[in-house]
Design a protein around this ligand. Structure first.
Ligand code: PLP
Length: 406
């Protein structure tokens, strides 16, 4: 079992007050806070070890390059990827999806080809496929979750036709908390030769992820939700798919030779990493992933299951609160509206006055909002440092909202 007090003590920001109240940070779905080890790693990387990577032969460049490149192995271990060469660094999931869209899908998909995706996707796993629709006539085929917010893998597979070239699916909904059985989807897709893109932005934060077991072609993670720096991230790419990809961004580092009349590419994964990368961000991501693996992903998942069950009970007791997504095995992410009450923004403003940070809006998931028949929700999303006492603070603050707005 995790010692949450010890964990909390590692996050300086959790000690501060907001609006005269102790901070209750429940906006982890948007971005997580950073532990001391990540802050110290960033500080050391800039203050004592900083230089550009890959280019210099001097000592600092060598240290920087070694620290940066070591993170490839850390990410591979974190995701149980077959090799560190199967990991491409990105600035986050948005860049990963655009890389896949431009690098793999655009040269392969033609007018009339289909991409199957769910209405639960984050815009980062929608808009890059809309580019293909607009520019190349690719069709997007949408699958919906059931009333509990569960996504039946069979419903995804039923949407597949002989024109389906790709399935793009989230592993964990950032709005409903639903966990999707991506393994069932990816293994069936693989038998049909259909490429699979999994958005692991949320899942990798809350549960162990094993890309070798899932059997996907692409799996994207983003550092800022993983207790690491913003502007960091990575995508696992199955080596066969990586070999099929054309480069995305062009510039330094991704080339082998540049001449007036021709250019040749560096070997993958460097072929997909142009220019000076987020050096310190990536080194910070490595520290964050090591920190999570030290805690143990099973232990993190178990702690958050406890929070989920407690929050589900307490929020379920508020009969004027509409919680979206009742999946039994959901993550500790709760999106809600107040019956007949003010806009989600007003609710989040009242919660903020009580020191409770939640997100309000469409959560970059407008197709899901349309499906749910709402324009916005408030979302309380929990992380490893949250406690049951904080659930109580949230509930008290919601009761105040009910008194004010009902
Ligand atoms: N996918 C999901 C499920 C998310 O929750 C987010 C972030 O909110 C993203 C993608 C976008 O990730 P990034 O901020 O790294 O571009």
């Amino acid at each position: 079992m995790l010692d949450i007090d010890t964990i909390r003590a590692q996050f300086p920001i959790l000690g501060r007050e907001v609006n005269g109240k102790p901070l209750v940070y429940l906006d982890n779905g948007a971005s997580a806070q950073k532990p001391r080890v990540v802050l110290d790693t960033i500080q050391r990387a800039y203050a004592q070890e900083y230089s550009n990577v890959h280019r210099g032969l001097h000592t600092l460049s060598t240290i920087s390059t070694e620290n940066y490149e070591a993170v490839r192995g850390t990410v591979a271990r974190f995701l149980n990827a077959p090799s560190e060469e199967s990991i491409v660094f990105t600035s986050g999931t948005t860049e990963a999806m655009n890389l896949i869209s431009y690098g793999w899908a655009a040269p392969r998909l033609e007018a009339g080809d289909q991409i199957v995706l769910s209405v639960m996707e984050h815009h980062a796993n929608i808009v890059p496929w809309h580019f293909l629709r607009e520019r190349q006539g690719v069709e997007l085929v949408w699958v919906e979750p059931d009333v509990n917010g569960d996504l039946d893998p069979q419903a995804v597979l039923d949407a597949v036709t002989d024109r389906t070239k790709m399935i793009a699916i989230t592993h964990l909904s950032n709005v409903l908390g639903t966990v999707v059985d991506v393994k069932a989807i990816c293994s069936a897709a693989r038998e049909k030769g259909i490429a699979t893109v999994v958005d692991g932005s949320q899942a990798a934060v809350h549960m162990p992820v094993d890309v070798s077991e899932i059997g996907c072609d692409f799996y994207a993670i983003t550092g800022h939700k993983l207790y690491g720096p913003s502007g960091s991230g990575a995508v696992f790419i199955r080596p066969e798919r990586m070999a099929e990809m054309r480069p995305f961004l062009g510039g330094g580092d991704m080339i082998r030779e540049v001449h007036r009349d021709r250019v040749t590419w560096n070997d993958p994964p460097m072929k997909f990493e142009a220019g000076t990368p987020g050096i310190v961000q990536t080194i910070g991501l490595g520290a964050a992933l090591e920190w999570m693996m030290d805690l143990g992903m099973d232990a993190i998942a178990a702690h958050e299951r406890g929070l989920r069950d407690y929050a589900r009970d307490r929020l379920g007791g508020l009969n004027w609160l509409n919680v979206q997504g009742q999946s039994t095995e959901k993550a500790a992410i709760f999106s809600f509206t107040l019956e007949g009450a003010a806009h989600a923004h007003d609710i989040s403003t009242v919660l903020d006055k009580k020191g409770v940070a939640v997100r309000a809006g469409h959560h970059c998931a407008q197709p899901l909002m349309e499906h749910l028949g709402v324009t916005a929700t408030c979302r309380a999303s929990f992380g490893v440092y949250n406690t049951k006492q904080e659930v109580d603070v949230l509930v008290d603050a919601l009761e105040l909202c009910h008194d004010l707005f009902a």
